[in-house]
Design a protein around this ligand. Structure first.
Ligand code: SAM
Length: 413
C-alpha cells in the first residue's frame, strides 16, 4: 500500500510527505545522518529536551501572586494594534497547523516509529561538558588556538589489527578561529581541540568568528557566491533562559549582513528563521528584506511535537506558540517564474514542517527540503549563518559553529 511506501522512504530519508495536506514530517536525526559515513547522531542526545507542560489558563488559586493576576486582568483588555495583528496572523496560521497535525496523527505507523526512537543507550549531553567557543574566541590567545584534523587513509583501514585507525592517518593543524577550515575529503573527519573531539562531515567547511569577520566569507569571484543561505539570527528575546544560552544582537546588526555579496550571481534562496514577535515580523518585511535586496516569496511553519505526536504546548498560548516561522525570499533573482520555464521551483506558501525539537533553539535541518527552490547551477552552494552545526557539502558560519559537532552528540557506526 502507498502509505507504507511513504514510511519506507521516511525510514531511509527522515522525510515523510503527507498526501492529504501541505505538511511534511521530518526526523532530524535521520536527515543529519546522511551527512556522515562512520558516525551516527545519537537520538538520545538529540531528543534530550523535556517539555514542561504549559497550562492554558491559570486559576486564581493556582496563581496567587498579584503579578500574575495583573497580567490575567490585562488579557481581558482590548488588544492594541500590534497584538491585534499578531492575533490575525495566528488565526491565519491556525487551520493550516491543525490540518498538518491531524495528518500526522492519522499515520499510526509513523507515530509508532517515533516512540522508541530515543533508546540508543546514551544519556543527554550537559552543556558544562562542552567547550564554550564564544568565550574562547574572545580571549587574546584566540588567534593562537589550533585544531588538529586527522585524515584517515583509506588503504590502511584494516591494517595493524587493534591499533586505532586514527594514528596511521595524516594530521593537519589549523587555526580554529577566524579561519576557513575545510574537509575536502568524502569521509568524516575527526578533529581534536582542547582534548575534545569533533566530527567534521565530508565536503563541509566552517568559519568560526564574530560578526565583525563575516566579510571574509564574501567570495572573490561573484559566481562563487551561495545559492542557498539559511539564517537563524540571535534575535533579542525576553526569555531569561535564552539569554543564558547564547548572546543576542539588536536588530540593526542584521541590517548590515552582506546577503547580496554572499549571493551567487545567478541568485540565492534566502531562508530566515523568525520568532513570533509581531514587531520582528514587521521589521523583516518592511526593513530587513528590502535592505538586503531580498524579495519575499513564501512563509513556512515549523510545528513542534513531542515524541508521542502531541503538540509541545497549547496552540493558542500567546507567548508560547508551539510553532515558528521560516520566511523565504530571493536575492539577485529578477523574475520568479511559477511555471516550467524556470530551472527551479517556486516554494509553496504555507507549508508546514513538523518535527520533535532538539536542544533549546536548535532548528530542524531543513536545507535538503529547500534545495529544489535554490536558483543557479547544481549542486547548489549552501551556507548557514549563525550556525551551531555542520552539514556535508555546506559552509557554516557563526561564533560557535562546532557546538553540536562535539563527539558526545555522536555514536560510532
Ligand atoms: N540555528 C542554530 C541551531 O539550530 O542550533 C541556532 C542559532 S542561535 C539562534 C544564534 C547563534 O548566533 C548562537 O550560536 C550565537 O552564539 C550566535 N551569535 C550571537 N552573537 C553573535 C555574533 N556577534 N557573531 C557571531 N555569532 C553570534
Amino acid at each position: 500500500p502507498e502509505k507504507n511506501e511513504e514510511l519506507f522512504l521516511f525510514l531511509d530519508s527522515g522525510i515523510y510527505r503527507f498526501r492529504s495536506s501541505n505538511a511534511i514530517f521530518i526526523d532530524p536525526v535521520r536527515i543529519l545522518n546522511s551527512s556522515y559515513t562512520r558516525f551516527r547522531v545519537s537520538p538520545a542526545a538529540y531528543y534530550s529536551r523535556s517539555f514542561e507542560h504549559i497550562k492554558r489558563e491559570e486559576t486564581p488559586l493556582a496563581s496567587p501572586s498579584s503579578r500574575k493576576r495583573k497580567r490575567k486582568q490585562s488579557k481581558s483588555l482590548p488588544r492594541n494594534e500590534t497584538e491585534e495583528s499578531a492575533h490575525q496572523r495566528h488565526l491565519a496560521a491556525r487551520p493550516l497547523l491543525l490540518r498538518a497535525h491531524e495528518a500526522l496523527l492519522g499515520v499510526k505507523d509513523l507515530l509508532s516509529c517515533l516512540c522508541d526512537i530515543k533508546n540508543d543507550g546514551r544519556s543527554s549531553v550537559e552543556s558544562k561538558e562542552l567547550l564554550p567557543f564564544v568565550e574562547l574566541g574572545k580571549v587574546w590567545q584566540a588567534p593562537l588556538y589550533e585544531m588538529s584534523l586527522y585524515f584517515r587513509p583509506h588503504d590502511k583501514q584494516t591494517e595493524d589489527g587493534g591499533m586505532p585507525l586514527i594514528q596511521c592517518g595524516e594530521r593537519e593543524v589549523v587555526p580554529i578561529f577566524n579561519n576557513l577550515v575545510v574537509n575536502k575529503t568524502s569521509d568524516d573527519l575527526e578533529a581534536e581541540f582542547h582534548t575534545r573531539w569533533y566530527i567534521i562531515p565530508r565536503e563541509s567547511c566552517f568559519y568560526m568568528s564574530d560578526l565583525g569577520q563575516i566579510h571574509n566569507l564574501i567570495p572573490d569571484q561573484s559566481d562563487h557566491g551561495f545559492n542557498l543561505i539559511v539564517i537563524d539570527p540571535p534575535w533579542e528575546n525576553k526569555s531569561a533562559y535564552q539569554k543564558s544560552v547564547y548572546s543576542v544582537l539588536p536588530n540593526r546588526y542584521f541590517l548590515s549582513l552582506p546577503i547580496k555579496q554572499l549571493s551567487h550571481t545567478e541568485g540565492a534562496l534566502v531562508a530566515l528563521w523568525i520568532t513570533n514577535r509581531e514587531k520582528l515580523q514587521v521589521f523583516v518585511e518592511k526593513e530587513l528584506f528590502p535592505i538586503w535586496g531580498v524579495r519575499y516569496v513564501a512563509r513556512l511553519y515549523w510545528l513542534k511535537v513531542k515524541l508521542d505526536g502531541s503538540l509541545i504546548g497549547d496552540l493558542d498560548l500567546f507567548h508560547h506558540r508551539p510553532y515558528e516561522c521560516l520566511l523565504l525570499g530571493y536575492s539577485n533573482v529578477q523574475e520568479v517564474a511559477s511555471d516550467h520555464h524556470s530551472a527551479f521551483k517556486r516554494p509553496q506558501d504555507n507549508q508546514v514542517i513538523i518535527s520533535v525539537p532538539g536542544d533549546y533553539s536548535r532548528k530542524p535541518p531543513i536545507g535538503k527540503l529547500l534545495l529544489d527552490y535554490a536558483p543557479g547551477p547544481k549542486p547548489a552552494r549552501c551556507i548557514e549563518l549563525f550556525a551551531r552545526e555542520l552539514f556535508a557539502g555546506w559552509t557554516s558560519w557563526g561564533n560557535e559553529t562546532l557546538h553540536f559537532q562535539d563527539s558526545r552528540y555522536f555514536l560510532n557506526v
